[in-house]
Design a protein around this ligand. Structure first.
Ligand code: NAP
Ligand code: MG
Length: 492
């Protein structure tokens, strides 16, 4: 049984921003509507937030369009753009405790995770892209004839950015960083579950000197505010992180205008432990791989493949560690796991736990709700999982691990790759040739060797297959925000 601490009423950070941020102004929705955002640890309402719909998105796009077509942001010295972004990063750093508390309150993640993980990486990402602002340069090209040919990299225009609830601040940084460096302007819709920190960051951006209209934040619902962003002809590009189903809707809706799209979607990532692995490190990696962020990670290592020679011993360790995981109040510094983000996610995960049992997998740890208030779920491990079971194929997006047994490399690679997803994979082994062979043969955008969930602002991240297209982070992450222009000048 996981250790339980009762969710107590958190030391509440101030809710300073709950309106829409459009053209540098805080404004209610035109409809006057609001929606409640709740604390998933207590199920209590934190704040009523202005609910944008198509009418508000219209205003936000107008503001972003004006800021792009006529405003200073794409035209200023690139180094000045970088300096403003650096100031934004500094302001986030100065408010890190308050932001961590707000993030934890709205999302349910342990405050220490937000404070030590999400927000430091968000700051890094903004600084990293600030550094790119004055390094986005074209080439001179030796074409045939008496011509001077060169390329320019120009901002793609107004970026529509639709983000999920699992890493609210981090997703803002991943989206704003490259867009701002490139000189784009932004209309962002945060997830309905977690709108508060994106609004707070908009205020910090304004304070840092980002001109009005460059960043617009319109909380609201997907089918209304989100769809309006996707369909608006004033938006040049849509960057989306979330579910594959929503990505399909967006792709269809964006088809009319051939809008530029990048998608970062889900996964069912294989985390592979060979018999020669460092057992301590691999067990810790299995734990982080599945449980980080309450299992609400697109790259969660939700299929744990264990080589048969060590299977029994290794599974025992994973089960024991799962049972000792501390679940409870996100504001308790000792807490390792908070609640799931909302009732819908809680129900979906509990549904998968029931399906796993019905399909005949062995429930080796957890499986139940923790407490009777808040969306807490026990760290859960299924053993004797078969490849064809739903819990081995579908993204559960919760603290539910499926353990599978394998006996040789060819079989392993075939099974690990037998999925429509391809976001991440990990391999644990002391054999360097085996590690590189597996890294080469696994069909995934990221392969970790003897580590898991290692992210860096400079290292591209994104999916093969139905895990998405385009890359975020690194130089690659700038590309979707740039158009390449070829200029050819006659010299005769
Ligand atoms: P989702 O529907 O894909 O939500 C992601 C974002 O897209 C939210 O801001 C959402 O708005 C918006 N959206 C929804 N429908 C839209 C539409 N028709 N047009 C434009 N935008 C739209 O994901 P979810 O419902 O929150 O979660 C469902 C599942 O998605 C999870 O269980 C998990 O498997 C997966 N997921 C993956 C990631 C990831 O990081 N890859 C993150 C979150 C969820 P609303 O706030 O109104 O929903
Ligand atoms: Mg949703």
């Amino acid at each position: 049984m996981a250790t339980v601490t009762a969710p107590r009423k958190a030391a509440t950070p101030q809710i300073r921003q709950s309106q829409l941020f459009i053209g540098g102004q805080w404004t209610p929705a035109r409809s006057g509507n609001t929606f409640d955002t709740i604390n998933p640890a207590t199920e209590e309402v934190i704040a009523a937030v202005a609910e944008a719909d198509a009418a508000d998105v219209e205003l936000a796009v107008l503001a972003a369009r004006k800021a792009f077509d006529e405003g200073p942001w794409p035209r200023m010295n690139a180094r000045e753009r970088g300096r403003i972004m650096m100031r934004l990063a500094d302001l986030i750093e100065a408010e890190i405790d308050e932001l961590a508390a707000l993030e934890s309150l709205d999302n349910g993640k342990p405050v220490s995770d937000a404070r030590l993980g999400d927000i430091p990486l968000a700051i890094e990402v903004i600084r990293y892209y600030a550094g790119w602002a004055d390094k986005i340069q074209g080439a001179t090209i030796p074409i045939n004839g008496n011509y001077f040919c060169y390329t320019r990299k120009e901002p793609v225009g107004v970026a529509g950015q639709i983000i999920p609830w699992n890493f609210p601040i981090l997703m803002v940084a991943w989206k704003w960083g490259p867009a701002l460096a490139a000189g784009c302007t932004i209309v962002m819709k945060p997830a309905e579950q977690t709108p508060l920190t994106a609004l707070r960051l908009a205020r910090l951006a304004q304070e840092a000197g980002v001109p009005d209209g460059v960043i617009n934040v319109v909380p609201g619902f997907g089918p209304t505010a989100g769809a309006a962003i996707v369909k608006h002809p004033g938006i040049d590009k849509v960057a989306f992180t979330g579910s594959g189903e929503t990505a399909q809707v967006i792709m269809r809706q964006a088809a009319d205008q051939l809008k530029r799209l990048t998608f970062e979607l889900g996964g069912k990532s294989p985390n592979i432990v060979f018999a020669d692995a460092d057992m301590d490190a691999a067990a810790a990696g299995a734990h982080v791989g599945i449980y980080l962020n309450q299992g609400q990670c697109c790259c969660a290592g939700s299929r744990l493949f264990v080589e048969d020679a060590i299977h029994g011993e290794f599974v025992e360790r994973v089960v024991a560690e799962s049972k000792s995981r501390r679940v409870g109040d996100p504001f308790d510094p000792a807490t390792q796991q908070g609640p799931q983000v909302d009732k819908a996610q809680f129900d979906k995960i509990m549904g998968y736990i029931a399906v796993g049992q019905k399909e005949g997998a062995t429930l080796a740890a957890g499986g139940g709700r923790v407490g009777d208030k808040g969306f807490f779920i026990e760290p859960t491990v299924f053993t004797n999982v078969k490849d064809e079971m739903a819990i081995a194929r579908e993204e559960i997006f919760g603290p539910v691990l499926s353990v599978l047994k394998f006996s040789d490399m060819d079989e392993l690679i075939r099974r690990a790759n037998a999925t429509n997803f391809g976001l991440a994979a990990a391999v644990w082994t002391r054999d360097i040739s085996r590690a590189h062979e597996a890294a080469k043969r696994l069909r995934a955008g990221t392969v970790w060797v003897n580590c898991y969930d290692v992210f860096d602002a400079a290292a591209p991240f994104g999916g093969f297959k139905q895990s998405g297209f385009g890359r975020e982070l690194g130089e690659k992450g700038l590309e979707p925000y740039l158009e390449h222009k070829t200029v050819t000048v006659s010299l005769s």
